[in-house]
Design a protein around this ligand. Structure first.
Ligand code: NDP
Length: 480
């Protein structure tokens, strides 16, 4: 059985305990590789390596750091097919999605931050002939980066790339559920000649490896993407240690559709924003609010299109809906569908597990599901399900749509469909979300700040704000 290894001090190594965990292929429910069951001893080795490398890396000219990052980007592009295949097997996502979105975006992250750092600057303020007050920005030190399973390499590199570009060294943990692309990234970093210790990847369970990173007394910064409950736990450990924290957490995003929208464009994009990656994207719009005058038409069209979505083998290039990431996550999603029924919801399509044939008969599949008839305050409409499950609800006025949209504890993203420019701006101004997409979804210039409000997180990643996060400002005032 293929064994993944930790990447510590430039080498691929077994965990200190020599124990391994099973890694499942969600498409067929079989174990297909083993991953290190690391613990705090491995984190300590990784930390020591990162600390040792920091002295040199933090003063390596940014032009040179940039070259390493660009080389890694190039190697990710060169290995596109291999990485996409690995991510599809690990995660259950359609290989085409991995090939066209996840892996290219991982390369783009290294490219973006590798070039961005060349243009990053800090401020100087002239106090006429009294003094010059300027801000020195220095890399924080060893950064702890922890990422989830839904967009494994994309989100892993979204943290690692700016940290390395800014001059930090890194101890990183990918999700234990989807470790393969992070492992392949280790091999790429070795091939790129990245100096030993600059990036260290420790595989294993959140409660062991993640916890050891978060509670390590000499790791001063944690960049975390994952669930809100885990985020709260991390904050409770990190806050009393005064660590710098970026928390990108869960969402329950509204998709508000007005009658004056460009209907065809809205319908095509709503299919994607509802079910891409089996609905396992933190930015998916899972609560769909539709103006009453087009509600019945939308319902008929949306249900008919959804029924045609074929759930199938993730490795088939034609597949649009692949497997759910794990057995336990499949069970969680199915339990929410049962809850929706108890809360009075009507299942318009889907609503059940799908059993594929042959080799894939033990895989974890769920039919894309649309539910109507639920109050916006019920649990189904308030809690993150994170699967191919959406609710649809009619509204009569803009105020009512906004009230329902803003009614959850989350505030990550939102989607609005209208051709009325004034209304679009008014909603963008009044909606409680870190991101507002008007007549589009998932479009983003990487220079913009990214993140949520309320229980969707604190801190902002993206653009130069990521460099601000991975560096510490020092205020220097010199008297003239
Ligand atoms: P989790 O919070 O379960 O896990 C995220 C990461 O944290 C994993 O690497 C996990 O390891 C690790 N972890 C778990 N427990 C601890 C702990 N006690 N200390 C430190 N690390 C820990 O999230 P999921 O992986 O289930 O991801 C899905 C969630 O992520 C959803 O809520 C989704 O909305 C959110 N998300 C948010 C995004 C955003 O940008 N706001 C983007 C993408 C996803 P392990 O897997 O080994 O348990």
């Amino acid at each position: 059985m293929y064994k993944l290894l930790n990447y510590i001090n430039g080498k691929l190594v077994e965990p200190v305990s020599k124990t391994f965990l099973d890694n499942y292929n969600p498409a067929n429910g079989k174990v297909y590789s083993l991953i290190p069951d690391s613990d705090e001893k491995d984190v300590e080795l990784a930390y020591q390596a990162a600390k040792g490398a920091f002295a040199e890396w933090s003063i390596t000219p940014k032009e040179k750091r940039s070259k390493y990052l660009l080389k890694i980007a190039e190697l990710i592009e060169k290995n596109l097919d291999k990485l996409a295949l690995a991510e599809s097997i690990d995660n259950g996502k359609p290989v085409k999605l991995a090939k066209t979105v996840d892996i290219p975006r991982a390369a783009a992250n290294f490219h973006f931050y590798g070039t961005g750092i060349l243009h990053y600057s800090s401020h100087a303020h002239a106090m006429e002939n009294t003094a010059i007050n300027y801000t020195l920005r220095q890399p924080v030190g060893v950064a702890g980066c922890i990422s989830p399973w839904n967009l494994p390499l994309y989100l892993f590199t979204w943290k690692i790339a700016p940290a390395l570009a800014a001059g930090c060294t890194v101890v990183a943990k990918p999700s234990e559920v989807t470790p393969m692309t992070a492992h392949l990234l280790s091999e790429i970093c070795i091939e790129a000649g990245l100096p030993p210790g600059v990036l260290n990847i420790v595989h294993g369970l959140g409660g062991k490896v993640g916890n050891a990173i978060v509670s390590h007394k000499n790791i001063p910064l944690i960049s975390f993407t994952g669930g809100t409950t885990t985020g709260a736990h991390i904050a409770s450990i990190a806050a009393p240690m005064f660590k710098k924290l970026s928390l990108e957490l869960g969402g329950k995003n509204p998709n508000i559709i007005f009658a004056d929208c460009d209907y065809e464009k809205m319908l095509i994009t709503t299919m994607l924003s509802s079910f891409a990656n089996q609905g396992q994207i933190c930015l998916c719009g899972s609560r769909i609010y539709v103006e009453r005058s087009i509600y019945e038409k939308f319902k008929a069209d949306f249900v008919s299109k959804t029924k045609k979505l074929i759930v199938g083998d993730p490795l088939n290039e034609e597949t649009k809906i692949g497997a759910i990431v794990s057995k336990s996550h499949q069970e969680k999603i199915l339990s929410y569908i049962e809850l929706a029924k108890k809360e009075g919801g009507t299942i318009l399509c889907g609503g059940q597990e799908i059993k594929l044939e042959g080799e894939l008969s033990k895989g974890y599949y769920i039919a894309p599901t649309i539910i109507e008839g639920l109050n916006h305050t019920c649990r189904t409409n308030q809690e993150e399900i994170f699967g191919p499950v959406v609710t649809i609800t009619p509204f009569d006025t803009e105020e009512q749509a906004l009230e329902m949209a803003n009614s959850t504890r989350y505030g990550l993203a939102s989607i609005v469909w209208t051709e009325n420019l004034t209304r679009a701006h008014r909603i963008a101004n009044n909606i409680h979300a870190g991101i507002v997409w008007i007549n589009c979804w998932l479009l983003r210039d990487l220079r913009t700040p990214f993140g949520g409000v309320k229980d969707s997180g604190v801190g902002r990643e993206g653009g130069f704000e990521a460099f601000d996060f991975f560096t510490e400002p020092k205020n220097v005032c010199i008297k003239l």
